[in-house]
Ligand binder design. Structure first.
Ligand code: HEC
Length: 255
């Protein structure tokens, strides 16, 4: 049974891939040189710096820590454990959602999750935990357990015209194979949980983890799950847990 479904997946992937995929490299030499240079000087460092400026102007550490119910000095450790249940939200939320809450608390108009403000501030806030390991706890309570289960369901659910799921390309038995020119990445080896928001060279901009999920959905012809929805937060919980323990290094740098 298992063998059969793997080969069905391979056929679906073959349909998506172009001919000669084997001969092509995931990155040209020029791309590799650019990657090395950008590692030294990540263009998204600017976004993080702008995020810091906005965060300090609009929210500030003190108000933020207070809203989260933690001491300022404990912020980095606490931030390494997102997504998590935040008491004042009464549910599992992402860092980006806590920024929306903090803005609302301070009587400011609340920017959308896809806005520059939230993207840049969330990169800055997550960078406060740089050097720590991601420490999500999916068993901390009932709500986390539910979101973990939901995330796994979404990850494994086959959707769209080609009947693909996230798992079709990111399961243990398939990673390392090539799709179009790209090797299918092991989310753990790529440190997915600790390296987003990241600068994506192919997009020339900083991208958040949930946006990255949407880009995969788009490529695989799956209907896009909206940012901030229960399904999207569940997916973030599931993927973060899958790659738990990786060091946080924000901003990341990706192809
Ligand atoms: C058709 C195959 C395919 C499907 C389906 C797919 N992905 Fe991907 N995914 C890829 C490829 C290929 C890459 C690497 C692209 C690159 O090198 O830029 C990738 C990259 C990623 C990354 C970035 C890894 C990192 O940190 O470098 C994440 C996270 C991710 N996918 C999550 C998902 C999720 C969640 C889903 C389901 C909604 C999904 N993917 C569905 C092929 C797929």
């Amino acid at each position: 049974m298992r063998k059969l479904s793997v080969s069905a997946t391979l056929i679906a992937l073959a349909l998506l891939s172009t001919a000669n995929a084997e001969e092509k490299m995931s990155m040209s030499d020029a791309d590799k040189a650019m990657y090395a240079e950008m590692l030294e000087n990540n263009p998204a460092a600017m976004d993080v710096a702008e995020g810091e400026e906005m965060f300090e102007r609009l929210i500030g550490n003190e108000a933020y820590a207070k809203m989260l119910g933690v001491k300022e000095k404990d912020l980095p450790k606490y931030l390494s454990g997102f997504p998590r249940v935040v008491k004042s939200a009464g549910k599992v939320v992402t860092i980006a959602q806590t920024l929306q809450m903090a803005m609302a608390d301070r009587g400011q108009s609340v920017p959308k999750l896809e806005s520059n403000e939230i993207i840049k501030m969330s990169a800055y806030v997550k960078s406060l935990a740089n050097g720590l390991k991601t420490s999500i706890d999916v068993k901390s309570d009932k709500q986390m357990k539910e979101m973990m289960a939901l995330g796994q369901e979404v990850f494994e659910q086959r959707r769209g015209g080609r009947g693909l799921s996230c798992n079709s390309c990111h399961s243990a038995d398939i990673i390392g194979q090539r799709l179009r020119m790209q090797p299918l990445p092991d989310l753990g080896v790529n440190k997915a949980a600790g390296t987003w928001p990241a600068y994506r060279m192919t997009q020339s901009q900083m991208v958040t983890l949930d946006k990255r999920f949407q880009q995969c959905m788009e490529n695989a012809l799956l209907a896009k799950i909206p940012l901030g929805s229960r399904e999207m937060v569940g997916l973030e919980v599931y993927v973060t847990n899958k790659t738990k323990g990786n060091e946080i290094q924000i901003p990341g740098l990706k192809r």
